[in-house]
Every structure is written in C-alpha cells, then in structure tokens.
Design a protein around this ligand. Sequence first.
Ligand SMILES: Nc1nc2c(ncn2[C@@H]2O[C@H](COP(=O)(O)OP(=O)(O)OP(=O)(O)O)[C@@H](O)[C@H]2O)c(=O)[nH]1
Ligand SMILES: [Mg+2]
Length: 373
Amino acid sequence: MKIIVIIPTYNEAENVNRLVPLLAEEFKNIPHEMRALFVDDSSPDGTGDILEKLKANYPFVNILTRTKKTGLGAAYVDGFKHAINVMGADVVMEMDADLQHDPKDISRFVKEIEAGYDFVIGSRYLDKDGIPREWAFYRKFLSWGGNIFTRIVLGLFSQTEFSNGYRATRVKGVLDRIDLGTLMSNGFAYKFDLLYKIHKLGAKMKEIPVKFGLRDGGKSKMEQNNFMESLRVVLLIRVRESQRFLKFITVGFIGLGVDGLIFNLLRISILPSDYSSAASGFIAMITTFVLNNTWSFKDKKLKSVNEKFKAFPLYVLISYIPIVFRSWLIGVAVRMFSDTALVANAALFIGVVIGTLWNFIFYSKVVWRKKNI
Ligand SMILES: Nc1nc2c(ncn2[C@@H]2O[C@H](COP(=O)(O)OP(=O)(O)OP(=O)(O)O)[C@@H](O)[C@H]2O)c(=O)[nH]1
Ligand SMILES: [Mg+2]
C-alpha cells in the first residue's frame, strides 16, 4: 500500500525540523510505501525552504506549495487531490505539524487499515489523559462539549471524536467517492463534513485512543471563527439530512390529498364507497411511491422497470403494517379508557406518528437502501 501522510503547514519552521526525523523513525517500522506530503501555504517564516533542505536527506518528503493561505480545509483538499491523482495514494492520513499528534501513533492507524477499516480517527476521549492537562478550562470544555454536541446533533452515537485532525482514510471506494469540491468549509470545520460524508458512504469506521500533546513550538493558527464555523457546519449537516424527511412528509400529505380527492370523485360518480376507498388508496400508494422515488429518495432512485416492480409490493407491505398497528392501537385505547372522540383521535395521532417514523425508516433501509454511485 502507498500511504501518504498529509501535513499542512503555516509558519511551522520550528516544528518541521523535529517532525521529519521522527517520521523517518516511525516509517521504518511500517511495511508499506510511506510518504509525507507537506502542504505549505508559502509560510513567511521560511517553512518551505527548510522542507526543501529536509527533502534532500529524507526522500519520503514531498512538498506542495500553495501561493495563498485560504484555510485548513482548502489546504487539505489540494493535498488530497495531489496525493490521489499525482502520487497514487491508497491511503491518506491527516496530521498536524506541531507535534500535538505523536508520530509514533502512525503504525497504529495503519494496523487498523490493514484490519479492513476504511477510516480511522484518533480519539482524545477514550482515555482520560487524551486532552492536555495544561489546557485552560474553557478550551477543555469547548473541545469536550463540542464533540458531545456534534454526537447528539448528528445522531452518531458510536463516535466520540469529530474534531481531531489525526486520521487515516482509504482512497478506493471511500475518499474517491466524495466530491472534495463541495465540502462545507474551507477552514477547520471541513473535518465535520468530511467525517459525516464518510459515515454516509457506509465506510467501516474505527476510533483509536490517542494523546493530544501540547503545541511544541510556533504559534497556534486556530482561527478565531473556528467555533462559529464548526457550529454552522454541524447544524447545516443536520438540515441537509432532515431535507429528505421533510420531502417524505410533504409526499405523505400529497398522498392524503390524492386519496381524498379520488375517493370522492369515484364515490359520487361510478363506484360504491368501499370500492372507491380501495381504488383511491391504491392510486395514492402509486403516487407516493413515484414521488418518493423521484424526489425524497432521488439519490437512491430505482431506475429500471424491474427494480420498481420488485420494490412496489414491498412498499405497499411496509406501508400497511402501521395501518394495521394503528387500528389495533385504537381498539386497545378505546377499550382501556373510553370510546370517546378524544381517546380515539389521540390513539390515531400516536399511531400516525409511529407509522410515519416506521415508514421513513423502512423506506430508507429497505425500499431505497442502495445509493447510486
Ligand atoms: N497550509 C496550511 N496549514 C494550516 C493552516 N492553518 C493551520 N495549518 C496547519 O494545520 C495544523 C493544525 O493547526 P494548529 O494551529 O496546530 O491548530 P490546533 O492544533 O487546533 O491548535 P493548537 O492546539 O493551538 O496548536 C498545523 O500544522 C498548522 O500549521 C492553513 O491555513 N494552511
Ligand atoms: Mg496544533
């Protein structure tokens, strides 16, 4: 495997001299083609020149020079593209230059990739010493609170770490399926979006405990707006994810309208009420199926006639289960309490809410389970 450790630098002259020999030590122990790719934004402190000198003694050093400092996310996107398209990476790693990420951990990341994981992140929350003791309370709180908040908002409860920039990602089938041009932030917050996109692909993800050191030398480049930008990205991911649900709810209402309209049209023209209901229900099912397929689940669209014919009976079956459940629930409720409009409608409402969630989950996981690539 060709593994490329991407290290963005901005004014890290003090650190790269120490980091490169440590990388050399670590790379010796790893039975793969190991490379480092420094992405330097023309640092005014001469980091680029120092790297050029290091390159002469350490051939694994590669340098990508960007003319402008346009943010950590933008630097990484350029780094990923270079690593994949120019250097032919099988795996890319993300790592800071300031020795807060211990180079000795690299082999632990590689082992997890060898074991079949697609994405490995170093978590500072699996061991109690993950975060530097010396950090001020507010920084500890922000880091810890931010990760808990993200975990809840994104509903990714298996993940304890979202913001650490020490990661390894498989290229084939994972990173090469992500449109790097559309990541939500040019700054540090791209890390949240990229992690979520990797999760959405169904990648096998793994956390390993790491200790986050103190910055060794030089100044922090943590941008002032990091916090607000991260909050914006996490909330936007949530909105983006909820869009499908909102579309699905809209389709449900359209279905209800179609059902009612056709039921009444048939009833007053040619059919008795019971037949009208059966016919309108069926037409409403077809309508919602088509709308869900072309709109709510557009990205997972069933394209061939064959696929649609197979999926439709499943769709009908899934949709009928909550209707049966709802009828049962109403029966139980009126027997337990009293047969009043309030009890019956309250039970109906609970049944509809449960049914809506049921349908959404099973449509997502069963009917439209395959993502089109
Ligand atoms: N190329 C490039 N590198 C950057 C940029 N911003 C940060 N970096 C590098 O990204 C890595 C992480 O930045 P840091 O300033 O260490 O951020 P941090 O670790 O969250 O903050 P500290 O704990 O204060 O160090 C370092 O290697 C920086 O040199 C940027 O805009 N362009
Ligand atoms: Mg740092």
